[in-house]
Ligand binder design. Structure first.
Ligand code: GRF
Length: 206
């Protein structure tokens, strides 16, 4: 079977990318063909380089708008012909034309969407006084964390949690959820609406 090709966009530390490197790429269950970052010096690009994965740092030019920047980025991504584009801590909204060219695109977000979209979701959860938060992996549309949800994992908010301690625990859940969803895509277990078949995973792994 042809290798399943994954392109990853990341702006930050890259712990979600690392989970994909360890549990998908190095495990031979899919191939990360490109890691692209809009931030100079990102941890994500360092992790890609350490793993021998092609990496690209492409920051916006001064005064360059969102659409023009993403047109340049889309050229680079299309070039590697990914089957799936993963936003693993990519902190920009994608224009519709980028999504249309490169779908399916998935994003991982540190809350149980539709609760707490946007920035600082763990801090929003603490401020909102909820007992349970978690993570979501969803298909990307033009909205802010609004696309169809594929998989969610709950994480308890513990007494005394700070936004940081909660986020660290949520990230552990994110890593596994993102790996599970990428493997499901690679095995043809996610449809165009984002419906995932989790039961088949066990059968496929036998
Ligand atoms: C994750 O919590 C992700 O959900 C959010 O940004 C964080 C990125 O973390 N969008 P990392 O760079 O993968 O460590």
């Amino acid at each position: 079977m042809a290798e399943y090709r994954i392109a990853v966009l990341a702006s930050g530390e890259g712990t979600n990318l690392q989970a994909l490197i360890d549990q998908v790429h190095t495990a031979g269950r899919g191939r990360i063909v490109l890691v692209a970052s809009d931030k100079v010096g990102s941890g994500a690009v360092k992790r890609a380089v350490n793993a021998g994965i092609p990496a690209l740092t492409l920051p916006p030019c001064p005064g360059e708008g969102r659409t023009a920047f993403h047109r340049r980025l889309a050229v680079q991504i299309r070039d590697v012909q990914p089957d799936l584009v993963v936003l693993a801590g990519y902190m920009r909204l994608l224009p519709g034309e980028f999504i249309a060219q490169l779908a399916p695109i998935i994003n991982v977000h540190p809350s149980l969407l539709p609760a707490f979209p946007g920035l600082d979701a763990p801090a929003q959860a603490i401020a909102g006084g909820v007992k349970t938060s978690g993570c979501s992996v969803h298909l990307v549309d033009e909205g802010m964390d609004t696309g169809p949800i594929i998989l969610q994992r709950p994480v308890p908010v513990l007494p005394g949690d700070s936004a940081e301690s909660l986020h660290n625990r949520i990230k552990e859940a994110e890593h596994q959820a993102l790996v599970d969803v990428c493997l499901a895509f690679a095995q043809g277990r996610v449809d165009r609406q984002g419906e995932i078949n989790l039961t088949e995973e066990i059968a496929n792994e036998d």
